[in-house]
Ligand binder design. Structure first.
Ligand SMILES: NC(=O)c1ccc[n+]([C@@H]2O[C@H](COP(=O)([O-])OP(=O)(O)OC[C@H]3O[C@@H](n4cnc5c(N)ncnc54)[C@H](O)[C@@H]3O)[C@@H](O)[C@H]2O)c1
Ligand SMILES: CC(C)[C@H](C(=O)O)[C@@H](O)C(=O)O
Ligand SMILES: [Mg+2]
Length: 368
C-alpha cells in the first residue's frame, strides 16, 4: 500500500524556517517509528508569485486536492504589500481554503503548565487552559460579494460583504457540536446578532441544529465583543467556541496570547471526508510570516509542530503518535527550553528555531 501523502507548502518569511523543524520530525517518524510519508513540496504565497506571477498555480491547487494532508507554513510579507489584491500572497491561502472547502478551522488554545507564568494573564486564569475555537473558514466577509474598491461620486468606497447561508452555518455548527461531544459537551457560539442580520441568522441556525441534533450539548450564545472580553477575563469558562470567519481570526490571535505566544497556536482546517474516510485537510500555524524576525533563527516552531500533530490525529488516524509529539513539546517546555517569544527581557539566552526543533527530536527519542 502507498504511504500516506503530504504536500508541504512552506510559504514565506518564517514559514520555511518553522517547517524545516516539522520536516525533521517527519524524518524521525520514518526512521524511528517506521511510519513513512510521501512528501512533496511546492510554492504558495509570495514565493509562488515571484516564481510564477500568481500566489498559487493551478498545478499546486490540483496537488493539494489529491494528497491526504497539506502542511502550510505562512504567507505574506511587506515586499508584497504593493501588489494588486488579486495576486497578493494571502489570496493563495484563501484559494486553498475555498477550493478545498475547508469550512471548519480548529484552533486549539492550550496553556502548557511550564508557560502559565509567562502568559500575559495571571497564572490562575490560564493554568490548565484547554479550549478550541472552531472558526468558519470558507465564507463570511472574506468571500462575500460584492467586494472591491469602487468610485461613488467623487470619492472611493471600499466594500466587503458579510454573507452566510443557512447550510454554511449549520455545517460548521455540526462540526463544533461533534467536537464538543468528544470533549466536555459545551459550545459557546459568538456573533453580533445585536447589529448584524447575518449574526441573527447565525444564532438561529446554531440553536436549531442544537435543538434538533445535539440537545445533549450545553449551548450558549455571546456577542463576539463580550466574548473577547470574557476570553481575557476568565477563558476557562469556555470549552468549544464556534464563530464566523472574521471573528474567529481575531479571537484566535487573542487566545494565542493566553497560551504565552502566537508561536504556540496550531490549527487544522477540515473539509468533507475523502475516499479514505478522512477529511480533506490543511494544517498550519495560526501565526503569519513574521517579517520582523524572519531569517534570524528566532521563530518558535512549536505552532507548526503542533499543527503536524493535528495532522497525525485527524488525517492519519495516529492519535497516539500525535500525543507523543505533544508530550515531547510539553517536555522541552518543562525543561526550560525557550525561543525568544517565550521569554521576557530578563529571560536569559533563547534557543534558535533549529535548536528548539532538535530539543523536540531529543524528547521524541526519549519517549521510545
Ligand atoms: N496563515 C498565514 O499564512 C498568515 C497568518 C497571519 C498573517 N499572515 C501574514 O503574515 C504577514 C505578517 O503579518 P503580522 O505581522 O500581522 O502577523 P504575524 O503573525 O506574522 O506576526 C505577529 C507578531 O507575532 C510574532 N510571531 C508570529 N509568529 C511567531 C513565531 N512562530 N515565533 C515567534 N514570534 C512569532 C511576530 O514576530 C510578530 O511580532 C502579513 O502578510 C499577513 O497577512 C499570514
Ligand atoms: C493570512 C490571512 C489570510 C489569514 C486569515 O485572515 O485568515 C490569517 O490571518 C490566519 O489567521 O490564518
Ligand atoms: Mg489571523
Amino acid at each position: 500500500m502507498a504511504n500516506p501523502s503530504i504536500l508541504i507548502l512552506a510559504g514565506d518569511g518564517i514559514g520555511p524556517e518553522v517547517m524545516a523543524e516539522v520536516k525533521k520530525i517527519i524524518g524521525w517518524f520514518g526512521t524511528k517509528r517506521g511510519i513513512a510519508f510521501d512528501v512533496t513540496e511546492d510554492l504558495v504565497g509570495g514565493c509562488a508569485y515571484d516564481a510564477h506571477g500568481t500566489p498559487l498555480t493551478d498545478a499546486t491547487m490540483a496537488k493539494a486536492q489529491e494528497v491526504d494532508a497539506v502542511l502550510l507554513g505562512a504567507v505574506g510579507g511587506p515586499k508584497y504589500d504593493v501588489l494588486d489584491f488579486s495576486v497578493k500572497p494571502e489570496r493563495g491561502l484563501l484559494r486553498l481554503r475555498k477550493e478545498m472547502d475547508l469550512f471548519s478551522n480548529l484552533r486549539p488554545a492550550q496553556c502548557f503548565d511550564a508557560l502559565a507564568d509567562f502568559s500575559s494573564l495571571k497564572k490562575d486564569v490560564v493554568a490548565g487552559l484547554d479550549i478550541v475555537i472552531v472558526r468558519e473558514l470558507t465564507s463570511g466577509v472574506y468571500f462575500g460579494e460584492p467586494r472591491g474598491i469602487f468610485t461613488e461620486g467623487n470619492e472611493r468606497v471600499g466594500i466587503n460583504t458579510q454573507r452566510y447561508t443557512e447550510s454554511e452555518i449549520a455545517r460548521v455548527a455540526r462540526s463544533a457540536f461533534e467536537l464538543a461531544r468528544r470533549r466536555n459537551n459545551k459550545v459557546c457560539s459568538m456573533e453580533k446578532a445585536n447589529v448584524m442580520e447575518s449574526g441573527i441568522l447565525w444564532r438561529q441556525v446554531v440553536q436549531e441544529v442544537h435543538d434538533k441534533e445535539y440537545p445533549d450539548v450545553e449551548l450558549s450564545h455571546m456577542y463576539a465583543d463580550a466574548g473577547a472580553m470574557q476570553l481575557c477575563r476568565w477563558p476557562k469558562q469556555f470549552d468549544v467556541i464556534v464563530t464566523d470567519n472574521l471573528f474567529g481570526d481575531l479571537l484566535s490571535d487573542m487566545a494565542a496570547m493566553l497560551t504565552g505566544s502566537l508561536g504556540m497556536l496550531p490549527s487544522a482546517s477540515l473539509g468533507q471526508p475523502m475516499a479514505n474516510g478522512r477529511p480533506k485537510a490543511l494544517y498550519e500555524p495560526v501565526h503569519g510570516s513574521a517579517p520582523d524576525i524572519a531569517g534570524q533563527g528566532k521563530a518558535n516552531p512549536i505552532a507548526c509542530v503542533l499543527s503536524f500533530a493535528m495532522a497525525l490525529r485527524y488525517s492519519f488516524d495516529l492519535g497516539d503518535e500525535a500525543a507523543r509529539v505533544e508530550k515531547a513539546v510539553e517536555k522541552v517546555l518543562a525543561d526550560g527550553v525557550r525561543t525568544a517569544d517565550l521569554m521576557g527581557p530578563e529571560g536569559g539566552k533563547p534557543v534558535t528555531t533549529s535548536q528548539m526543533g532538535d530539543a523536540i527530536i531529543a524528547a521524541l527519542d526519549a519517549s521510545l
